[in-house]
Design a protein around this ligand. Structure first.
Ligand code: TXA
Ligand code: MG
Length: 343
């Protein structure tokens, strides 16, 4: 199916498709989501088929506002949840709370909790209002591949499984929502994302962050954005191996070039936040593609997945990534890069 411009007519059609139990891909402020009516187990089953994802992996339920979350999704709303919702909704924070019995097992992976969020993107907002049902939506990519930040990448990743895709252009955030478990005290960070831990701690105090040991375990069990050959559909089959460089990556790139590999290099821009980012420069041999990345975490996150899709499309065999700075605002970026480098 082609991409659909976000006209009022197409939005109504998308809302109608969701109510009828069909899939719709739509932009959020984080990444594109692959949505289905969360109350309809047959509709949700189509998500798992399209993604090629194991169905014990729970999905995030999207609603237009806090009141709908309390009314239709969550069974025990807490004061902590309320303060977080007031501070970050609509936005890139997913809260994991006890579910209502109407939310089917296939959405929660059989568990008694549900992840819920209110997306801020205006198209997602209108779609959810008009659909009138809670919408379960993982990122709109084949399992184990990169989350799409452009409608074209949804199509590229899902291939023959691509549903009706609302084309809202590039998603501004570029990295998935932060997932926070609220059934424990203190709350536990399950996935770093768009909202950084220090922003959350300003509102509710200390939260538990994953130790590096837990992180390692999680890497083998979760839906990780891996550039992993053999696990991807034939429509999206990067051979690229991603390596996080010790420093700027120059020596790693040099080594690979000597071996005759076609290399993609994500380098921090030397020109500050504004100038020179996102440029693609090939060397004379055409075997090196350099993507210049913004030096600020927000800009870097917005650009990261699209850069990986681009390098993929350019047919590189190796991707070298200059090590980004550390710190809370870079946490989600380090997380995704580490996963992408895990084979
Ligand atoms: O930004 C996002 O979160 C995007 C957009 C579309 O909203 N969605 C997304 O969904 O990234 P997905 O399915 O790719 O990732 C959902 C994450 C997974 O790590 C999953 O394990 C966790 O949220 N999750 C969802 N429900 C959960 C639950 N009940 N308990 C624990 N973890 C949960
Ligand atoms: Mg995903």
């Amino acid at each position: 199916m082609p991409l659909f411009a976000p006209t009022e007519e197409n939005l109504r059609r998308a809302a109608q498709l969701l109510r009828a139990g069909e899939l719709v891909a739509f932009p959020t402020e984080t990444v594109y989501g692959l949505g289905a009516n969360a109350l309809d187990p047959d509709a949700v089953a189509k998500i798992y088929r399209a993604k090629g994802r194991p169905s014990q992996n729970p999905l995030i339920v999207h609603v237009p506002d806090k009141a709908t979350a309390i009314e239709t999704v969550v069974s025990e709303w807490t004061e902590t949840a309320d303060r977080l919702a007031e501070a970050f909704w609509p936005g890139g924070l997913t809260l994991v709370l006890p579910r209502q019995s109407e939310i089917p097992d296939i959405v929660t992976g059989g568990g008694n909790t549900v992840g819920v969020r209110v997306p801020a993107h205006p198209l997602a907002q209108r779609l959810l209002e008009w659909a009138g049902v809670p919408v379960a939506a993982p990122s709109a990519n084949r399992s184990l591949s990169i989350s799409p930040t452009l409608a074209e990448h949804v199509e590229q990743s899902l291939g023959e499984y691509a549903p009706f895709i609302l084309n809202g252009g590039a998603t501004p955030g570029g990295v998935e929502s932060t997932v926070l478990l609220l059934t424990e005290n203190p709350p536990r960070l399950l996935r770093p994302g768009l909202i950084s831990p220090d922003e959350i701690e300003k509102i509710i105090g200390k939260i538990v962050r994953p130790s590096s040991e837990q992180e390692e375990k999680r890497e083998v069990t979760q839906d990780v954005p891996l550039l992993s050959p053999g696990l991807l559909s034939r429509h999206y089959a990067p051979n690229a191996t991603l390596t996080l460089a010790k420093e700027d990556g120059e020596s790693e790139v040099g080594e690979l070039q000597k071996r005759g590999e076609r290399v993609g290099w994500l380098r921090m821009s030397s020109q500050g936040n504004e100038g020179g980012t996102g440029l693609r420069k090939e060397d004379a041999s055409g075997n090196l593609i350099i993507i210049s990345m913004p030096r600020d975490a927000v800009g870097y996150a917005a650009r990261l997945f699209a850069a990986l899709y681009e390098l993929d499309a350019a047919g590189v065999t190796q991707i070298i990534v200059q090590k980004p700075p550390r710190g809370d605002h870079w946490l989600a970026i380090h997380d995704r890069l580490t996963r992408a480098a895990t084979r």
